[in-house]
Design a protein around this ligand. Structure first.
Ligand SMILES: N[C@@H](CCC(=O)N[C@@H](CS)C(=O)NCC(=O)O)C(=O)O
Length: 223
C-alpha cells in the first residue's frame, strides 16, 4: 500500500511533506488536488482547479477539503505540521530530532511559530503580488505583509546567531517549514536582501539533496 499524498506542488504546506519525504528517501504516490489552483494557475484568473478535494472520498479523509492529506497504509492524517511529526516519529527519530525529546519539542515550537508568524503574511504577500489578477491586488496589503515578515525574520535571524539550525546546532524537522519559507522569501524579495545569519542558513539548507524536491521557482511563484 505505501504512502499516498494529496496536494498541489505550489502549496507550501504540501511542500513541507514533499521535503520530509525527500529527507527520508521514502517512495510515495502523489495525487494533484486543490480547489484554488490548477495546471494553468489560480482560479481567480479563470483557471480550472485540480479538484479532487470536493469529492466525497476526499472529504471522508479530510473534511476541511484542503491539502495536504497523507495516507500511510490505512492511516489517514491531515494538518501539515502533524504530518511532519508523524513522519519524523515513524520513519526518522534519529535524523529528524536526534531521538531527543528536547530537540523534538524545540522543533515543534518552530513549526508552530512558522504557522502563526510567517504563513499569514507570506500568504497575503503572494496573493497580492502574484496570485490575484492585477486589478484585485492591494499594494497596501503587500506592504504591510512585507513589514510583518521583516519583523518575524528578525526573530529567526537572532536565533540563527545562537544555533546553526533553527532548533539546535543539528538539522531537525523544524528546519523543513523554515527551508520552504526562506526559499520563497528569497525568490520573492531577492536572496541578496537576506540578513547575514539567514543568508548563511539559506546556503546550508539549499545544499541538502532533499532541497531538489522544492527548488523549482515555479513551485513558489505560480500564479
Ligand atoms: N493548517 C492546514 C491548512 C491547510 C491549507 O489551508 N492548505 C492550503 C494550501 S497551502 C489549501 O488547501 N488551499 C486551498 C486549495 O488549494 O484548495 C495545514 O497546515 O495542513
Amino acid at each position: 500500500m505505501g504512502i499516498r499524498i494529496w496536494g498541489r506542488p505550489s502549496s507550501a504546506r504540501t511542500q513541507k511533506v514533499l521535503l520530509a519525504l525527500a529527507e527520508l528517501g521514502l517512495p510515495f504516490e502523489f495525487t494533484l488536488a486543490s480547489a484554488t489552483m490548477g495546471e494553468g494557475g489560480h482560479v481567480a484568473k479563470g483557471n480550472k482547479a485540480f479538484g479532487v478535494v470536493d469529492t466525497a472520498d476526499y472529504l471522508a479523509m479530510n473534511p476541511n477539503g484542503t491539502v495536504p492529506t497523507l495516507k500511510d497504509g490505512e492511516y489517514v492524517l491531515w494538518e501539515s505540521n502533524a504530518i511532519l511529526q508523524y513522519l519524523a516519529m515513524t520513519y526518522g527519530p534519529a535524523g529528524f530530532y536526534g531521538s531527543d525529546i528536547g530537540r523534538f519539542a524545540s522543533a515543534a515550537r518552530w513549526i508552530m511559530w512558522e504557522n502563526n508568524e510567517l504563513i499569514p503574511p507570506m500568504h497575503n504577500l503572494v496573493k497580492h503580488t502574484i496570485r490575484l489578477p492585477e486589478t484585485e491586488r492591494d499594494p497596501a496589503v503587500a506592504r504591510q505583509s512585507r513589514a510583518q515578515l521583516e519583523k518575524a525574520w528578525g526573530v529567526v535571524e537572532a536565533e540563527l546567531g545562537r544555533n546553526r539550525y533553527i532548533a539546535d546546532d543539528a538539522w531537525s524537522y523544524g528546519d523543513i517549514p523554515m527551508t520552504i519559507r526562506v526559499h520563497r522569501w528569497a525568490l520573492l524579495e531577492g536572496a541578496e536582501k537576506l540578513t547575514p545569519n539567514l543568508a548563511r542558513y539559506y546556503r546550508q539548507v539549499s545544499e541538502r539533496p532533499s532541497f531538489e524536491a522544492i527548488r523549482d521557482p515555479a513551485m513558489h511563484l505560480a500564479g
